[in-house]
Design a protein around this ligand. Structure first.
Ligand code: APR
Ligand code: ZN
Length: 358
């Protein structure tokens, strides 16, 4: 039995309820959550923008302590502290074989298998890990040992926003010192992109959001300039980048219009990296001449194009050295039953990350 925030159906209200968690089976691990971040992808799953099997326990950005392990588990033992990985790679598909586990064809297989029950009926784990609960049972492939020296609660953010944002800068876009960047959308993910850019030595870094209240938060994460979304024009960006346009743009909203605005803000030959997850009905157009003339790159990245097991120790080095400030991303520490308030805050564009602390 464990207490969980259960979404009975798409569009329904969350219910705080007890669910029955079975003992971990072969290859599985039971984890007691210390904290879980509320990500926009949870809201997108809850409102149907992204598809989820229901009833579901959402939450995919978590960290905690191993309680017990199933048969054959060798990666961790009880008492170990871990960060959850929402895209557990199979290690044997075509793209895992190519060294791109973030694109694993089987990464979401766990999300469509029931992992618990309520009143005898199956419950599904959102993005394989179901972190909006006091305890969860996950595949051992969905865990990364927490490196020493990182506080367990704030470490939850390493599992989605930070890995995604840092990886977008360092692995997808491969930003170099002195390059300029525009970042659209300053939630947990966009703020992590800003910190990744600060570590890369990028500048100027222009942060953009619809809400002007994000300015202070953006500057504390490394932005050198701030524009409210309707001030974002190619001309305004050129003015801040010695007349050129930005070397890089990062779209951290998940909308066609902001992908287009990101593309427009880059220089000739610049690169746009799409980090946000949008809907398939939301489209934008590029004309054939501008595609050639601007010689820009439009790309996207998944989970920071990084292997969580290899990346987390590196991120922990940055945390210990004070270069990566996880706490700067967290604006609200909440309880399980306050997740709906966190969704409301998110929809109104307020605050950074909300973190459920157990
Ligand atoms: N221009 C600029 N910023 C915008 C715009 C816009 N037109 N519309 C919304 N925003 C801002 C919001 O005000 C908010 O600050 O984008 C930010 C999004 O932040 P969150 O909702 O907290 O989302 P986050 O969890 O950071 O995820 C961002 O990445 O992983 C994906 O699914 C996720 O698509 C989502 C994106
Ligand atoms: Zn996420």
């Amino acid at each position: 039995m464990t207490r969980a925030a259960l979404l009975p159906a798409v569009g329904a209200e969350l219910e705080i309820t007890d669910i029955d968690l079975p003992d971990p089976g072969p290859g599985q691990v039971r984890v007691k959550l210390a904290a879980a971040g509320v990500c926009h992808s949870d809201l997108s799953l809850a409102n149907g923008t992204l598809r989820a099997a229901t009833p579901v326990v959402l939450g995919h950005e978590g960290a905690g302590t191993v309680v017990s392990v199933g048969e054959g588990v060798t990666a961790v033992s009880p008492g170990a502290t871990v960060v959850l990985n929402w895209a557990p790679a199979c290690g044997s598909c075509h793209l895992c074989g190519k060294g791109e586990p973030w694109l694993c064809e089987n990464a979401f297989a766990g999300s469509v298998q029931p992992y618990a029950t309520r009143a005898g009926a199956p419950v599904f784990p959102g993005l394989s890990v179901a972190a909006f609960a006091e305890e969860t049972v996950v595949s051992e492939r969905a865990l990364v040992p927490l490196p020493d020296g990182v506080p367990l609660t704030s470490a939850a953010l390493l599992g989605c926003a930070v890995l995604t944002g840092y990886g977008a800068v360092h692995h997808a876009a491969r930003v170099r010192a002195g390059e300029s960047a525009v970042v659209l959308g300053l939630g947990g993910v966009g703020l992590a992109v800003l910190q990744g850019l600060r570590i890369a030595g990028a500048g100027p870094v222009i942060a953009v959001d619809v809400t002007p209240e994000k300015e202070a938060l953006a500057r504390s994460c490394g932005a050198t300039d701030f524009l409210v979304a309707d001030e974002l024009t190619p001309k305004a960006v050129r003015k801040l980048t010695s007349g050129q346009g930005a070397d890089h743009a990062f779209e951290c909203v998940g909308r066609a219009a902001t992908i287009r605005a990101a593309w427009d803000s880059t220089r000739r030959g610049g690169r746009t990296t799409v980090v946000g997850v949008g809907r398939k009905e939301d489209t934008f157009a590029l004309n054939a001449l501008e595609v050639f003339h601007f010689a820009r790159t439009l790309s996207a990245c998944v989970y920071g194009n990084a292997d969580p097991a290899r990346e987390l120790p590196l991120l922990a080095d940055h945390v210990r050295a004070g270069r990566l400030d996880l706490d700067a991303l967290i604006t609200d520490r909440i309880t399980l039953d306050e997740i709906p308030d966190a969704f409301t805050r998110m929809q109104s564009g307020k605050g950074g990350r909300s973190l459920v602390v157990f």
